[in-house]
Design a protein around this ligand. Sequence first.
Ligand code: MG
Length: 398
Amino acid sequence: MATRPPTARDAGPLAPYACAPARSRGRRIPEPEAPTRTAFQRDRDRVIHSTAFRRLVYKTQVFLNHEGDLFRTRLTHSLEVAQLGRSIARSLRLNEDLVEAIALAHDLGHTPFGHAGQDALHACMRSVSPRDGRLEADSWGFEHNLQSLRVVDQLEERYPAFDGLNLCFETREGILKHCSRANAERLEAQEPGGVGARFLRGESPSLEAQLCNLADEIAYNAHDIDDGVRSGLLRLEQLDEVPLFAHYRRLALAAHPALAGRRLLFETIRLMLSDQVYDVIDTTRGRIADSGVASPDDVRCSPPLVCFSPSMRERSQTLKTFLLHNLYRHPQVVETTDRARQVVADLFQLYLTRPHELPDAHSRGGHPARSVADYIAGMTDRFAIREHQRLGGAPLFP
Ligand code: MG
């Protein structure tokens, strides 16, 4: 167990392998520098002011938004990812502003109802193309990472001179954390050498992007335990079969023998989070030193460097598997997500056959199915439920 907190709380200047705003690959549409903020600070600020960011507060993480006021939403999840990411970034002398911009934007493309919504929308998009002549040209399917990129590149309507937020390459690179090969090829055709290229060349993204990916995983593993117990679907005793959790529960009780209930849960999760952060810092620092990378371009040509130690990776994987079987596939969660999937599938068909129901902004030009997918993906949970009822769908969420 890595229990020794790494030093360098006041880490000093950016490391040579960090992304420096002055060396950014820039924006798709060139803009003058802001007088008081770096390019990555500005990206973060644009994300915070976006409409898609505000919608995250009403989008599901695991539990539907209306099931309880204290469960994580996509917004609070994104804030936790940013917090963890920034902590680690500072210790490693990576760019905190870039990490924050990526973390706050990483889930902007999520559909209502979490992964269930995404799966349903993907199935809808696949089913209409390519055989349906009307939709032949559009076979991208639906991927939430790609949709996040679409939000910041095209869908936000705020600025007079361009669609989207016109973010820097490095922020966009971090937002597109996964991408199928087929879609990377399509991206490459639109933007040669752009954010799709690394998936074709087998390259890594920046350390800041790698870090956000891992911070995402650390965040949801921890908060899903909390939300799982809060919902009553997971019991504390059940979690004792997860070595990672049981270890920190023992440590918490050794230090505070009278601790029980929610405080014991919180203290256990707090210890687990701290240790995972220290583990990532120690492991990554060692891998960076061993690799000899001296610039962000070196990083891109190197295998991924931000990671857990092998033992923490294994224990984290066990926790993920536990959450999959006991929480994400809990009959009560599955029952809700099945209904959510139906809402999305129904909405897709309803808008496709009744395009006049789409707001004007969503029905001008472009592919009909893509317009529908963009509109549905932007919905909050409750708006999707309301629209479903308004358009005559069966009442799935009375
Ligand atoms: Mg996430």
